[in-house]
Design a protein around this ligand. Structure first.
Ligand code: SIN
Length: 493
């Protein structure tokens, strides 16, 4: 296939061939008559097009995955790990292009995109090592004429559906353990950010990932999703995205009893106690709330602040937030890019209006910055009611709503009063409280005196309706491995 490099050249990529406008199905780059335009959320310009694939192409990807997986599973962990290591090296070598591409299609500032490129590579580096550390068990038998061996085997073909907010890292966080374990993967990236996924696939091929092991099927969710949740040859389904969609897809997977892991929405409380280090709490709140313009599942969604520190904290937070530079990531250094689309801007507007109608006061920001670029001002609102939409729904925007509380028990009750249970944050210098409060919080992850908790080394995931399974860390392999018991009868000595 001749690669059309015009779109990549327009974007100023050193390697314009990384901007692929074809889907990778069973090791072959394919186009289709129907195509989807990929737009820059900062200004609406079209960066490229990808094929709008359907059920036929998705099934073809599964066919190829079945064949490729059978051979890949026979490789040693070391051999699989070496391919992942090469893939990570290629990601680092092309980091600037990957970051540019990501900023162009997703909007995050270039500095954040560079950070995400390194974060994406870190999962490949981590699981390259884990590939060698899959160990079974020899159990003490229950009878003298029996021997019990527990093997850990790859689950088989995996389907992955990934979101637009982290166009690279949410893919490698799933693909790295899957390939390390000996699985194949059919990926459906978000239709809003497919170009990063396709660039990743170019580098995967160059790293030596066998044809068919990794397909990237671009297109509308419904026909592709029907195959990924319905084809019985797919033995595991992994999804990062909204709780509503995750529940619906998981229910469909039960028709063929697939293993399912879900990384869904959060409603993270960030609790600041009177005894907190004020500067650290403000820094932590900004790092958590305004990362990726507030568009992460682990962003602080509600800032619960004790009354003794409330005024100082809100003043300092508003001062710092007022200094954040907002603008298109590709044009100059910025702290915050656009939201992903108009719908996201509308939701932010609705949440601000609802908070102020309920008695909230806007200290800074509070409105969209332009009619045509999806930019929303970094916002701080005080005196927000715990019943406001800002506290009940995931806002996914740069809007920090502060709720006042008096006692520790009250803060914990408010924090746990939600169906979500992904991440929570606590700022305190009281050593007893630092143990007590995280233990009481019904969340999968707690940041203690920090607003940043994500790393390839630690398990990422939620409880309650925020999902099931864990990604990253040595636990991240478990979702891609299944246990097999071999119970052997022997003649005893
Ligand atoms: C997410 O928003 O789903 C992922 C955020 C992270 O990995 O830190």
């Amino acid at each position: 296939m001749t690669v059309d490099i015009s779109a990549g050249t327009r974007l100023g990529l050193a390697r314009p061939d990384l901007l692929r406008e074809h889907a990778l199905i069973g090791g072959i780059w394919l186009d289709s008559p129907a195509r989807i335009a990929v737009a820059n959320p900062a200004d609406g310009t079209i960066i490229g097009h990808v094929p709008n694939m359907g059920a036929g192409e998705t099934t073809r990807a599964v066919d190829a995955a079945v064949i490729a997986q059978a051979s890949w599973a026979k490789e040693t962990g070391k051999a699989r790990g070496l391919v992942l290591t090469r893939w990570a090296e290629l990601i680092h070598a092309n980091a600037e292009d990957l970051a540019r591409l990501m900023t162009a299609e997703q909007g995050k500032p270039l500095a954040e995109a560079r950070g995400e490129v390194a974060y994406a590579a870190s999962f490949l580096e981590w699981f390259a090592g884990e590939a060698r550390r899959v160990t079974g068990e020899l159990l003490t038998p229950h009878a003298i004429d029996r021997r019990l061996l527990v093997r850990k085997e790859p689950v088989g073909v995996v389907a992955a559906v990934t979101p637009w907010n982290f166009p690279l890292a949410m893919i490698t966080r799933k693909a790295a353990p899957a390939f390390a374990a000996g699985c194949a993967m059919v990926l459906k990236p978000s239709e809003l950010t497919p170009l990063s996924a396709l660039a990743l696939a170019v580098l995967a091929q160059e790293a030596g990932l066998p044809n068919g092991l990794f397909s990237v099927v671009t297109g509308d969710a419904a026909p592709i999703g029907d195959v990924l949740t319905g084809d019985k040859r797919i033995r595991k389904f992994t999804f990062t995205g909204s709780t509503a969609v995750g529940k619906m897809l998981a229910a469909r997977c039960m028709g063929t009893v697939k293993r399912v892991s879900l990384e869904l929405g959060g409603n993270a409380p960030l609790i600041v106690f009177d005894d907190a280090d004020l500067d650290a709490a403000v820094e932590g709140a900004i790092a958590s709330k305004f990362r990726n313009a507030g568009q992460t599942c682990v962003c602080a969604n509600r800032l619960l602040v004790q009354s003794g520190i409330y005024d100082d904290f809100s003043k300092k937070l508003a001062e710092k937030v007022g200094k954040l530079v907002v603008g298109p990531g590709l044009v100059g250094p910025t702290d915050q890019g656009p939201l992903i689309d108009k719908r996201a801007v509308e939701k932010a507007r609705t949440h601000v209006a609802d908070a102020t109608a309920g008695g909230g006061r806007v200290l800074i920001g509070g409105e969209a910055l332009s009619d045509d670029g999806n930019f929303f001002a970094p916002t701080v609102i005080v005196d927000v009611s715990p019943d406001a939409l800002l506290c009940r729904e995931e806002t996914f925007a740069p809007v920090a709503g502060l709720v006042r509380f008096e006692t520790e028990a009250e803060a914990i009750a408010m924090a746990n009063d939600t169906d979500a249970g992904l991440a929570a944050y606590v700022f305190t210098r009281d050593i007893d409280r630092a143990w007590r409060v995280p233990e009481m919080l019904q969340y999968g992850m707690v940041g203690l005196n920090t607003g940043l908790i994500s790393t390839e080394v630690a398990p990422f995931g939620g409880v309650k309706e925020s999902g099931m399974g864990r990604e990253g860390s040595h636990h991240g392999m478990d979702d891609y491995l299944q246990l097999k018991l071999v119970c052997q009868a022997i003649s005893p000595a």
